[in-house]
Ligand binder design. Structure first.
Ligand code: PEP
Length: 248
């Protein structure tokens, strides 16, 4: 059984005080659910959020990291730095990073390798643009993104990776892929994993859907056969919404 994973992606939102207040509001409510609950926050908040979540099952993740261990990379943060403060997860290759910050399939692959080598859980994002969807290229595009993200990753490590399928046209737009559509693409991504690693490994990999998930649609999405969680931007900013997501 794949444990569902509901992850908030706060993007560039919240001060330390706001973030800590959020964790304090949700941390006891999350206990006892069968869901992995994760908040991915801006770097400046991470040490305080880890501290606030200590002793609870709420996990804290970053939204990016560099693939090198150290060096002259102004503005970057390494896997060791994240581990040093108790971060457990890291989003890799979010479409906003691909669009605005030059992330490529190659850098996603390097970051996934580094995260796994260091013991961080990578959440590797993939997904098509509206133009690609309308041209019927959704699956071929996701296949390339997944194959290139997993290049050189051993079968023993593949199940440690979480994949987030996030159609770009559905992110922050209020437009959601229908749950069947999302499930269809996610089932296809699992087939791609079968091609890379075989059935047993592919059955272990958790694949989230992301794109305007909110309390009103989370249950329908989570009821689909191949969808193992959600990566949520806007609707993860309020504690009451996040708790509804976790309690889908
Ligand atoms: C995201 O940030 O990954 C995302 C899916 O955002 P939203 O839920 O706001 O569409």
């Amino acid at each position: 059984m794949r444990k569902p994973i509901i992850a908030g992606n706060w993007k560039m939102h919240k001060t330390v005080a706001e973030g800590v207040a959020f964790i304090n509001a949700v941390k006891n409510e999350v206990e006892g659910t069968d869901v992995e609950a994760l908040i991915c926050a801006p770097y400046t908040l991470l040490p305080s959020l880890v501290e606030a979540a200590k002793g609870t099952s709420v996990k804290i993740g970053a939204q990016n990291m560099h693939f090198e261990d150290k060096g002259a990379f102004t503005g970057e943060v390494s896997a060791d730095m994240l581990l040093d403060i108790g971060v457990t997860h890291v989003i890799i290759g979010h479409s906003e990073r691909r669009q605005y910050f030059g992330e490529t399939n190659e850098t996603v692959n390097k970051k996934a390798h580094k995260a796994l080598q260091k013991g961080l859980t990578p959440i590797v994002c993939c997904g098509e643009t509206l133009e690609q969807r309308e041209a019927g290229e959704t699956k071929s595009h996701c296949k390339v993104q997944i194959e290139e993200a997993f290049t050189g990753i051993a079968a023993a490590d593949a199940p440690k990776v979480v994949i987030a399928y996030e159609p770009i046209w559905a992110i922050g737009t209020g437009k959601t892929a229908s749950s069947q559509d999302a499930n269809d693409v996610i089932a296809f991504i699992r087939e791609v994993l079968v091609g890379l690693y075989g059935d047993a490994v592919s059955e272990e990999v958790r694949i989230q859907y992301g794109g305007s998930v909110k309390p009103a649609n989370v249950e329908e999405i989570m009821n689909e056969s191949d969808i193992d969680g959600a990566l949520v931007g806007g609707a993860s900013l309020e504690p009451s919404d996040f708790l509804q997501l976790v309690n889908f």
